[in-house]
Design a binder for this molecule. Sequence first.
Ligand SMILES: [Zn+2]
Length: 229
Amino acid sequence: MDKFAYTPALPDGLNASATDAISPDGSPELGKQYVIPARQGRAIRLKKGQLLTILNPHGNQVCDFFAIVEGVPGEFLSMEHCRTALGRIYVGLGDILVTNRRRSLIEIVEDTSPGVHDILIACCDLPRYQQLGASEYHDNCADNFKMSLLAIDEQIIHVPSPFNIWMNIPVAASGEFEWKPPVSSPGDQIVLKAHEDCIVVMSACPQDMTPVNGLNSLPRELEFQIDET
Ligand SMILES: [Zn+2]
């Protein structure tokens, strides 16, 4: 096989994200608490006005968050466009996150954590783990994104840069940054409101080769539920 071969919409390996969708088409049951098992992803269809609550049961776990406009696979939540819209490299309570067409898509309406999240760093992928020294397949957020979509019969060629909820990447005045453990606590939650119908993908980041999921580098599960406004 050509070692440079790459099919962007297909994962480099497999885990249960490819099969264990929350429902055949990703539509959620309102008010039901769902689990994203450690190292896996899930896709859901979120309607305009609905609220998505993401819970961090252990406090240490980063959630790589993606959103694609329903029916418009080329329009998705875009961190570079968010940075332009916000005039900042951090996000906070009340901020509205925008798409690559600069439309409002996701609003942060509640956050019980200290509000330390990342909008700079690309999601992890197999080459990232190989560069860190992994010799076998390693679960990763790019593949979780692709598999979660395939599990609800969707396919997106591009993996957008994610909203990394609870990921702690302090940036110094020099421009240098560090990879730090989350400052969130067990039971912290963030509530996001959809401004358009969208497909949301969340990945419980399987990073265990840097401390972004805590000093013990033990990826854990996340939970979520959807409610009407
Ligand atoms: Zn990751």
